[in-house]
Design a protein around this ligand. Structure first.
Ligand SMILES: NC(=O)c1ccc[n+]([C@@H]2O[C@H](COP(=O)([O-])OP(=O)(O)OC[C@H]3O[C@@H](n4cnc5c(N)ncnc54)[C@H](OP(=O)(O)O)[C@@H]3O)[C@@H](O)[C@H]2O)c1
Length: 368
């Protein structure tokens, strides 16, 4: 039976959860999916790096660092290095698949762009949950993957493990996708919901921070930067666009007032931060993120709290809406697992239409 060797780049919430999943469910997954998983390399900013072609002891790795901190301990104690050594590990390790889950850099995507490039250049498949490389350099990286005959998968970059990208690629074959609109940021959605319940913006943000939904600096969520990257990914990925970040108009929710919320409610409407893109009659794509007061019968009006949803506008079915978790370390680790399953299916010749390779060859990022 096939066993895929993995390298985990960044050992924070998401890749730790993937390691936990492999440690706790590896045997069940092997029986169900028909392949095994083994971690042969890990790198992390604080823990350094470790390679073992025979498989790293995951209970040791998981015991190092984590919520309790590493106490200064690093992989050097286990025969590795106290430094991440990312390029040497990615290029030199024996992994079949590199799982990239370092931080998202919305400016230039680095260092994740380099991590992905080193992996593809050395003939390794990549799965990532990191929006940066996909949004900012996706086309170029997909073309590199195609040239190298390997896969570049990134389901978790939008709506964590909730299937959006692969679902649209695979299940909408034969339909024309004319656009999409969605709620793709749980923090801003939670804040708007609490404002509807009577809190002002500041109170709602503080509550979200206390509950761990919002960062200490919530600008990426509230000002629409996070959704802007996701819209860019979906527009290029699913509508075949070649947009840059500047092509996605951006407005956040910080100007929405309690009075706006009251006026909307009395008119049977509700404010939501909507990320959207649609084809224009001249063959272009119009994309943006902005707060909108939508009708209560709108398919996105009932999406509350941290839940996310995307409604796809198709020619034969009309709107098709997918909702589910938009974040969470376990949910996002599942996205990596779903990418690995897609890589396995492609290796077995069961890859669905819309492969990264095929799409890159016809000039799109990866689309049906
Ligand atoms: N968690 C979610 O719900 C979610 C959902 C969708 C997408 N994502 C994306 O998935 C990625 C991972 O998320 P996460 O929640 O696991 O983040 P995280 O907990 O912050 O983990 C990232 C890890 O990568 C390490 N790291 C940073 N730069 C590195 C480098 N150059 N080399 C090696 N390691 C490096 C970090 O070390 P330090 O801690 O020392 O900086 C940290 O351990 C992010 O891009 C995030 O945007 C996350």
């Amino acid at each position: 039976m096939t066993t895929y060797d993995l390298a985990l780049i960044g050992f924070g919430g998401v890749n730790r959860s993937l390691a936990e999943l492999i440690a706790s469910r590896g045997e069940a997954l092997r029986a169900e999916l028909g392949f095994g998983l083994r971690v042969v390399a890990i790198t992390d900013l604080r823990l350094g790096s470790l390679m073992d072609a025979n498989g790293i002891d995951l209970s040791m790795a998981l015991a190092l660092g984590g919520d309790s901190g590493s106490g200064g301990d690093t992989f050097a104690r286990y025969g590795g290095s106290a430094e991440p050594d990312n390029e040497a590990v990615i290029r030199g390790c024996t992994a079949d698949i590199i799982c990239e889950a370092t931080f998202t850099n919305p400016d230039d995507g680095e260092p994740a762009v380099s991590h992905v490039r080193w992996a593809l250049e050395s003939g390794k498949n990549v799965c990532t949950t990191n929006k940066g490389p996909v949004a900012l350099r996706g086309r170029e990286l997909a073309a590199l993957a195609a040239r190298q005959g390997v896969r570049f998968e990134f389901e978790g970059a939008v709506m964590s493990g909730t299937p959006v990208i692969r679902l649209a690629r695979q299940m909408f074959s034969g339909l024309k996708l004319n656009g999409f609109e969605g709620i793709m940021n749980g923090t801003s959605n939670y804040v708007l919901g609490r404002m509807e319940a009577g809190l002002d913006l500041g109170e709602a943000v503080r509550e979200a921070q206390e509950l761990g939904y919002a960062e200490a600096n919530p600008a990426a969520d509230l000002e629409g930067f996070d959704v802007q990257l996701k819209v860019l990914i979906l527009a290029n990925e699913l509508l075949g666009g070649n947009l840059q970040l500047k092509d996605v108009q951006r407005e956040g929710i910080s100007a929405v007032t309690p009075e706006d919320i009251r006026v909307a409610a009395s008119a049977g409407r509700r404010w939501k931060l909507i990320g959207s893109a649609r084809r224009t009659p001249d063959g272009g794509i119009e994309a943006g993120v902005a707060p909108r007061a939508i009708d209560l019968v709108h398919s996105l009006a009932g999406i509350s709290g941290a839940t996310n949803a995307v409604s796809f506008e198709t020619d034969l079915l009309g709107p098709v809406t997918v909702s589910g978790p938009g974040a969470g370390r376990i949910e996002t680790a599942y996205a990596l697992l779903s990418d690995i399953i897609a890589i396995h299916q492609a290796a077995e010749g069961r890859g669905a239409a819309g492969s990264v390779q095929a799409a890159a060859e016809d000039g799109g990022l990866a689309r049906v």
